[in-house]
Design a protein around this ligand. Structure first.
Ligand code: AQP
Length: 327
């Protein structure tokens, strides 16, 4: 049995990228492991959030966790901000991490491309250190994430090793678990960028809670490439992305889908893909909306999760502090 940790930021509408790259995988492995699935609300503060919207999104993420099939009997589901050890260990690790290595994180560079790094929050810069704290606080061995988190995970491993070297064996050095299929879903309007829930363009993503007709419309309008053949080739990044999403959603291989749509054109591909997505997401949406009708019950579940997580976290934090001379 492995100790698993992962999380999602309540920083917008969760997308099919979050589902295929992360959530689907969490559900698949939950029974054989001990799992901590966190709603990483402190991470969401690294970019501006409307407080009212943020508090709604936190419950929405909790409802989606349950609606996709995470079972509280196997998983501790909780909010990061309710377990103070995350912020505390992040500070300790901030004093172990180096300015240079954080400067090399590509997500920080990507997220500051437009506004510039000078006006970004310091929290955005140290985001990967908070992520390392999340994982190390539970001594997790396994971290199921999408491909975009590969570099942050590597930094987590570096910080764990460095801490152990400086202060003596303390943290488990975690392994990433990145799926072959669905690990990198690209934007529907631009297949050169990762699909992100914080995108301002509504045609960029399919949200897990999108209505079926909205899903059909978004897929119909998705960008395509020149030509007509349905093939996953480097000169067809948009069609490749649609085929990848189709494959990850249905479990059918890309070559199988290519031969099914051979000679049929992009329109047919989009129709088939839209129905496959609707079939997957519609029942999740229904369950999530039903859960959101009872916010008090969701809050109870999150509080119980925070209590369980807090007990594990305070032990690891105490050990780390003592090793650093703060016992
Ligand atoms: N496009 C994607 N394809 C595959 N996996 C993805 N993930 C995110 N986008 C894709 C995976 O979802 C998990 C949660 O991510 P997060 O919310 O913590 O942050 P993120 O990776 O920055 O996700 P977003 O959607 O792009 O959020 P914003 O726009 O708020 O920054 C991770 O496991 C991630 O790999």
């Amino acid at each position: 049995r492995q100790r698993v940790f992962s999380g999602i930021q309540p920083s917008g509408n969760l997308t099919i990228g979050n589902y295929l790259g992360a959530l689907k995988n969490w559900v698949a492995i939950q029974e054989e492991n001990e799992n901590f699935f966190c709603i990483v609300d402190l991470h969401a503060l690294t970019v501006p959030q409307d407080p009212k919207v943020l508090s709604e999104k936190i419950r929405e993420v909790a409802a989606i966790y349950l609606a996709v099939g995470l079972d509280p009997a196997h998983c501790t589901i909780f909010r990061q901000s309710k377990v103070s050890g995350h912020a505390e260990l992040a500070w300790l690790l901030n004093c172990v991490a180096r300015f240079g290595e954080l400067s090399r994180m590509t997500q920080f560079k990507d997220k500051t491309v437009r506004g510039g790094a000078d006006s970004a929050s310091a929290g955005l810069f140290t985001y990967p250190v908070l992520m390392a704290a999340d994982i190390l606080l539970y001594n997790a061995n396994l971290v199921p994430v999408g491909d975009d988190q590969r570099q942050h995970l590597e930094l987590t491993r570096t910080l764990a090793r460095r801490f152990n070297h400086l202060y003596g064996e303390t943290f488990v050095v975690p392994e990433g678990m990145i799926l072959e299929s669905g690990a990198r879903v690209m934007g529907l309007d631009d297949p050169t960028v990762k699909m992100s829930k914080s995108s301002k363009s509504p045609g960029h993503y399919v949200a897990i809670l999108d209505d079926p007709d909205v899903i059909r419309k978004k897929i119909r309008r998705a960008k395509t490439d020149s030509g007509t053949e349905v093939t996953a080739t480097p000169d067809k990044p948009a069609i490749t992305n649609l085929l990848d999403i189709y494959s990850a959603t249905t479990g059918r291989s890309v070559p199988e889908l290519e031969s099914e749509y051979a000679g049929r054109g992009y329109g047919d591909l989009k129709k088939g893909l839209a129905e496959a997505i609707v079939e997957t997401l519609a029942p999740i949406r229904e369950r999530a909306l039903a859960l959101l009708d009872d916010p008090a019950e969701l809050d109870r579940l999150l509080d119980a999760g925070a209590e369980r997580a807090g007990a594990v976290a305070s032990e690891a934090l105490g050990t780390a502090k003592a090793k650093m001379g703060l016992g």
